[in-house]
Design a binder for this molecule. Structure first.
Ligand SMILES: Cc1cc2nc3c(=O)[nH]c(=O)nc-3n(C[C@H](O)[C@H](O)[C@H](O)COP(=O)(O)O)c2cc1C
Length: 164
């Protein structure tokens, strides 16, 4: 069985629910990337969206992750202005993904998942990773249990256990 790790950023908790569900169902380690820039609240939303559009790097914690023990890497982000979050863009550029299989996931209110996953995929390939699967999940008005159930369904439909 492959060693798997889930790397994710989450501002309001939805991507975190997906990440923890994947970790539990697929027996993968998990690492949260924290963005040290203040992002919470309505007044930071516009600047956060602009940072995402412009792919402005941000200060993150942890700054680096040692992936040498892992063969399969999940990377998850919320969709911000139809793009990946700055924290995830920042960590990908610090990862050595050569020889790694990568599964991408994004959460969103309603749209922008395709462009986000495409951009993530290009970034991962540039770092030497091989994207084997990706999915986006709508979170608007969904309870925690609904998001967990949706994640479980996606694991089955996409046969994610196959990659372990
Ligand atoms: C700055 C910002 C920009 C966003 N842009 C989009 C967007 O373009 N499309 C969309 O469907 N949802 C957008 N959203 C909503 C989030 O993608 C959605 O709520 C996501 O599930 C949040 O994940 P989180 O709870 O892990 O932070 C945006 C949210 C923020 C804070």
């Amino acid at each position: 069985m492959k060693n798997s790790i889930i790397i994710y950023y989450s501002l309001t908790g939805s991507t975190q629910i997906v990440a923890y569900s994947l970790s539990e169902f697929l027996h993968a380690d998990i690492v949260e990337i924290k963005d040290l820039k203040e992002r919470a609240g309505f007044k930071n939303m516009l600047s956060s969206g602009l940072d995402a559009i412009r792919e402005i790097k941000t200060q993150i914690e942890p700054e680096k992750i040692d992936l040498s023990d892992y063969d399969l890497i999940y990377i998850g982000t919320p969709v911000w202005a139809s793009k990946p979050s700055p924290a995830i863009i920042t960590i990908i550029d610090k990862c050595d993904l050569r020889g790694k299989d990568v599964i991408l996931f994004a959460t969103m209110s309603s749209n922008g998942g395709d462009t986000t996953l495409k951009r993530l995929s290009d970034k991962v390939k540039a770092r030497g990773g091989r994207v084997v699967e990706s999915f986006a999940l709508e979170t608007k008005n969904k309870s925690e249990n609904e998001i967990i159930n949706d994640t479980e369904t996606l694991i089955e439909v996409l046969d994610l256990k196959m990659y372990r």
